[in-house]
Design a protein around this ligand. Structure first.
Ligand code: G6P
Length: 459
């Protein structure tokens, strides 16, 4: 993807940056970040048109930041906010509370609970946001558009607006946004500061109208002046994913996969091991399918790439254990010497995930709630089997793909089992027509369109 031509300088602020560092024994080597955010914004940085401010997230990142390595290799500034503040701001506030809030993961009966520990963590979140605000003020050229990304950085706008009125501030939220009743599960001081902070941007963007509307209703509830809001979905970088699909590494991974699955019908999923991704219910729905349709036993296989994520948070460690246990149960119940019903891959190996994208017959994407979900676009972009997609209505991407997917309510195991079964029963002609439509819908936009929408909002 080539970089857009900008009429103003751009500064990006996000928790995770475009590069991290790893000590390989001989020195600190840069590792380019993956994911939608980087593919959407990296072209700007590569073309020398933008600066990126992010947190130093590991010891190696902090060592690189102390030596000024990121700045020398590109216009990237890694902020060292200290390990204690980083843990509280990232693990406690961002992941245990804000992520749960916006994804509807609290159960009300036990969570959330705000103690002194929480208040200390909120202060750390404030301090980290302040550090970002000062870095933005210091590193932004006159008149720059500042693109602030996600729920980690909701508090910096009032400080930046006061110190640098020349800057245009856009916030883009990659998660869902909780509605006005749900958002009250957040501790009251934090809720007030968070909404004030977001409302201080010139514009706020979301992946779909649904999240933008929720945000506006929350702002109206507090009688705040609403910033301009917009919906703009991110898309797969087709060039990049096709390059991986065409690589020798991916071919080797596909050959290994073919050997394991043979000519069976492949149901697949590719996700972080994440509570909102609804991994466990996915396996339980598959279990139900095997229970209710004996003729499918031995003929299907579920290939699941679930790579561990945010292991600093106890709920994520428990969830990982539950996923592994559930897979063991399903395999124990139905498997035999010739057939393992679920193949669970825990390694974060993108080439082998892309090999599975090429081979699946049905892709299960069933989050309980999701800001967007790029997997539902990546799979169709490289699939070679007229693969079908079973998609949760609660994923932001659902509005874009609704016409060509099998939709499911993520909590409905019976419905999910039936939708998976329907993909197996579909005629080849129907499979082709749906997969072609799906590919067209999934490829309708580019990461550049998403970036352009943010820049437009900054004007
Ligand atoms: C996903 C979400 C983003 C979020 C990111 C953080 O990609 O869609 O909204 O910023 O996860 O992941 P991390 O591993 O940095 O916690």
């Amino acid at each position: 993807m080539t970089g857009p031509v900008l009429d103003v300088p751009v500064v990006i602020a996000s928790n995770r940056g475009p590069v991290s560092y790893r000590d390989d024994g001989e020195g600190l080597v840069p590792v380019r970040g993956g994911g939608g955010l980087v593919s959407g914004l990296q072209p700007l940085v590569d073309s020398g048109q933008a600066r990126w401010i992010a947190a130093a997230l590991s010891d190696d990142d902090r060592a690189a930041a102390a030596l000024g390595i990121p700045e020398r290799s590109g216009p990237v500034h890694l902020l060292d906010v200290g390990v204690d503040d980083l843990t509280r701001y990232y693990d406690v506030v961002s992941n245990e509370v804000l992520w749960f809030l916006h994804h509807g993961l609290f159960d009300g009966a036990h969570t959330p609970t705000y103690t002194d520990e929480w208040h200390e963590s909120w202060q750390a979140y404030r301090r980290v946001n302040d550090a970002f605000a000062h870095a933005v003020c210091e590193h932004s050229p006159t008149g720059a558009a500042v693109l602030v990304q996600d729920y980690h950085l909701t508090l910096l706008a009032p400080t930046v607006a006061a110190q640098r009125p020349d800057l245009r501030l856009v916030h883009f939220h990659h998660t869902p946004f909780a509605g006005p009743s749900e958002v009250r599960l957040l501790e009251p001081t934090a809720l007030r500061e968070l909404l004030d902070g977001l409302a201080a941007h010139h514009a706020c963007g979301f992946h779909t109208d649904r999240w933008a509307t929720n945000f506006l209703r929350c702002v109206e509830d507090r009688s705040l002046p609403a910033p301009r809001t917009f919906a703009s979905t991110l898309s797969t970088d087709l060039g990049a994913i096709r390059e991986v699909a065409a690589s020798a590494e991916c071919a080797a991974a596909l050959a290994r996969l073919e050997e394991r699955v043979g000519d069976r019908f492949v149901i697949a999923r590719v996700d972080r091991m994440e509570l909102s991704k609804n991994v466990v219910r996915g396996f339980r729905a598959y279990d139900l399918l095997l229970r209710s349709r004996a003729e499918l036993r031995g003929r299907v296989v579920f290939v699941a790439h679930c790579y561990p994520s945010r292991l600093g948070v106890p709920a994520y460690r428990d969830y990982r254990d539950l996923v592994v246990e559930t897979v063991a149960e399903v395999n124990e119940r139905w498997g035999d010497a010739d057939w393992t019903p679920v193949l669970l891959e825990l390694d974060d190996d993108f080439a082998s995930s892309v090999a599975t994208y090429r081979r699946y017959d049905a892709l299960l994407v069933n989050p309980v709630r999701d800001g967007l979900n790029l997997v539902a676009k990546e799979g169709p972009a490289v699939n070679e089997r007229d693969g079908q997609v079973v998609l949760s209505t609660e994923a932001g991407v659902w509005t874009e793909l609704a016409g060509a997917v099998d939709e499911v309510n993520p909590f409905d195991l019976v419905g999910t089992a039936a939708a998976l079964g329907a993909t197996i029963d579909r005629t080849p002609t129907d499979r082709r027509a749906r997969s072609e439509q799906l590919r067209r819908d999934a490829e309708a936009r580019t990461p550049g369109d998403w970036l352009a929408d943010q820049l437009r909002a900054a004007r």
